[in-house]
Design a protein around this ligand. Structure first.
Ligand code: NAD
Length: 239
């Protein structure tokens, strides 16, 4: 129950879905966690449920000054930052010829620019940690092309790319940076999707906790020699 004991983490998109599951597991395993989201009601409720080792902060991940404020809040509340989980994301399923122009810009901002902003804003406290870890949530859409999600595909490949670039820049400062590539996970994001998973080796979707286990590993010192790497948790979808 103490795989991340003493560590301080910030998880974006933590009000529901996978982000909420990651925050829950990190607190359970001994971390103090700041939950960041746009959904204040759900985020505050989850932070209250998790108790004294959790805080909620309103953060629009597309807003750089808001990132600086959220990092400052984390350091003020808990005394530092060891783990950043860039999890917030959005998706829209529309083929490229009809894909709305405004949604292209929005998806890039929420899914990709946010990851750059977060790592840039968090660099100083992560360096001070001496054992910093950044976990960037990409997708199988960061590994292979998928139909009707041009912006999502582009951003998730981008998250995989900036993870490798940041790993090289951050490595000399003892900050590790890795990406996670989930397949279909049962969250509000996928609630409306077809349930057929026959294209997946394990023939099923996963629960958020099956991804949280990997987030925990990458947040912990157990993964001390892994950086710039992609970790696939997709039931064999891309095999
Ligand atoms: P979700 O829609 O259930 O939750 C996303 C959370 O992000 C919400 O709480 C939402 O309020 C928050 N959010 C959205 N825009 C934000 C912004 N601008 N600033 C701050 N918070 C914002 O999604 P999920 O399924 O839990 O997905 C989490 C991550 O995992 C996303 O990056 C998603 O792309 C990725 N992912 C999901 C799946 C899946 O099958 N669910 C698969 C692969 C990757």
């Amino acid at each position: 129950m103490d795989r991340v004991a003493g560590k301080i983490a910030l998880v974006t998109g933590a009000a529901q879905g996978m982000g909420a599951a990651h925050a829950r597991l990190l607190v359970k395993e001994g971390a103090r966690v700041v939950l960041a989201d746009l959904n204040d009601a759900a985020g505050e409720a989850l932070a209250a449920e998790l108790g004294e080792n959790a805080r909620y902060v309103h953060l629009d991940v597309t807003d750089y000054p808001a990132w600086e404020a959220a990092i400052a809040f984390t350091v003020a509340e808990f005394g530092g930052l060891d783990v950043l989980v860039n999890n917030a994301g959005i998706v829209n399923f529309t083929p490229l010829p009809e894909f709305p122009l405004d949604l292209w810009d929005k998806t890039l901002a929420v899914n990709l620019t946010s990851v750059f902003y977060g790592m840039r804003a968090a660099f100083e406290p992560l360096r001070n940690s001496g054992k910093g870890s950044v976990v960037n949530i990409s997708s199988v859409a960061g590994l292979v092309g998928l139909p009707a999600m041009p912006a999502y595909n582009a951003t998730k490949f981008g998250v995989r790319g900036i993870t490798k670039s940041a790993a090289l820049d951050f490595g000399p400062h003892n900050i590790r940076v890795n990406s996670i590539h989930p397949g279909t996970i049962r969250t509000p994001m996928t609630a409306d999707l077809a349930v057929d998973q026959s294209h997946v080796a394990l023939e099923r979707a996963a629960d958020p906790e099956e991804v949280s286990a990997l987030v925990l590993y990458l947040a912990s010192d157990d993964s001390s020699f892994s950086t710039g790497a992609e970790f696939i948790v997709d039931g064999g979808q891309t095999t």
